[in-house]
Write a protein that binds this ligand. Sequence first.
Ligand SMILES: Cc1cc2nc3c(=O)[nH]c(=O)nc-3n(C[C@H](O)[C@H](O)[C@H](O)COP(=O)(O)OP(=O)(O)OC[C@H]3O[C@@H](n4cnc5c(N)ncnc54)[C@H](O)[C@@H]3O)c2cc1C
Length: 399
Amino acid sequence: MNPNATITDEQFEAYLAQIRALVEGPFEELQKEVEVTNAFPDEFYELARENDLYRFYLPACYGGWNLSELEILRVQEEFSRGPGGMRMHLHHAADMNWRILDDYGKPELKARHMQRFQDKGVYCNFAITEQTGGTGADIHATALKQPDGTYLLNGEKWLISHTDCSDFTYVIAVTDPASDKDSRLSAFFVPNDAPGFEVVPMPHMMGCRGAGHAALRFTDVRLDPLYLLGEEGQGMEVAIHSLSVSRVHIAMSNLGMAQRMLEISLKRAQDRVTFGKPIAARQMIKAKIADMQKMVHVLRCAVYDFARDFDRDPHNPQITEKAAICKLFSIDTVKLVSDEMLEIFGGDGYFEDCPYGPVERLYRDCRAMWLEEGAPCVQRITIAREAEARGGALDYTFA
Ligand SMILES: Cc1cc2nc3c(=O)[nH]c(=O)nc-3n(C[C@H](O)[C@H](O)[C@H](O)COP(=O)(O)OP(=O)(O)OC[C@H]3O[C@@H](n4cnc5c(N)ncnc54)[C@H](O)[C@@H]3O)c2cc1C
């Protein structure tokens, strides 16, 4: 463990095992109902609380365990083995949910709320995406400063997760419409019960059921300047810094899912006998297993390297590039591993209630990762921009 952690190595290893048993046991059971209702039952939140899933990632001053980023990501690998919507909720809880307020909130707001993240006394979603523009400077929701110093928020957001269990929303909006630069954007901490704040339902998704996706509509939502995060014009920086770390949490989600898919594929390949031999004995199947293991291993190395960089310096200039690489490679990984898993399972993998594990659901759940926190093209644009700026050089921590 890192020397500042408030738990021992033994307690941490026991916690990892506890979370794996929870997500592959009780959470899988609850998910059968969530697949139909598309909403988490109260029992899910209670189990998450009882198992310290809203606490383990927080600094000790906020009731947490002072884990390093690498240790936090290792817990995330375990809960990513379970249902995708629950993974999405817990991944967000462990990262942007509390981190944005901690990094950019005014001292008065932090004093009010930071202690409440433990046990989900408060939960905050994140809203940048819009239906009418590109994610980034090309957004249209506005938060215009009024003569009395307040801001008036108007506009819409789209595809927003966790809208059914949040108390606040981190909203990125335009404060300087005359500018075409990134500095036209600012970030706000918006109370979801403010007059003029509306949640508009959206259809069910392909996978990751239960994570509360909806659109948001803002009509003259009045915001005290206390709710401005960072400085006016800093909205893009808030988004990019927060998304950088969160993209690696997506990569770790993909790693947790890919590791589980690999394990259940190995078991199935050993058990399934055709023409007198387990299919695992066939070279064609061995090639698939080798390719799956290769991708899982390289992804793990990339994520661990990022986490070590981040633990040394969270504002290290190569964080953005390495985070985008982790996310992009993790999509390649989960794409290959889920396709090979389905081929190894044959027709049985296409049905629910497969005795080896939720093959059909894992296949659907992992596909949200293409889009969550930026599509592959956006990761490529980021990587190319950063690589060009540094002549392709990156530093590594594994010594
Ligand atoms: C499960 C899920 C959860 C989500 N949760 C949230 C959330 O909580 N908060 C939130 O704000 N958003 C959320 N999103 C939205 C997500 O961030 C976007 O879907 C994603 O960023 C892609 O944006 P888009 O859907 O508008 O696609 P588009 O912008 O329409 O992109 C379509 C395609 O065109 C490409 N493209 C677009 N612009 C360019 C360009 N300039 N150059 C090259 N290629 C380009 C994209 O890479 C993509 O492949 C979520 C999405 C999903 C699926």
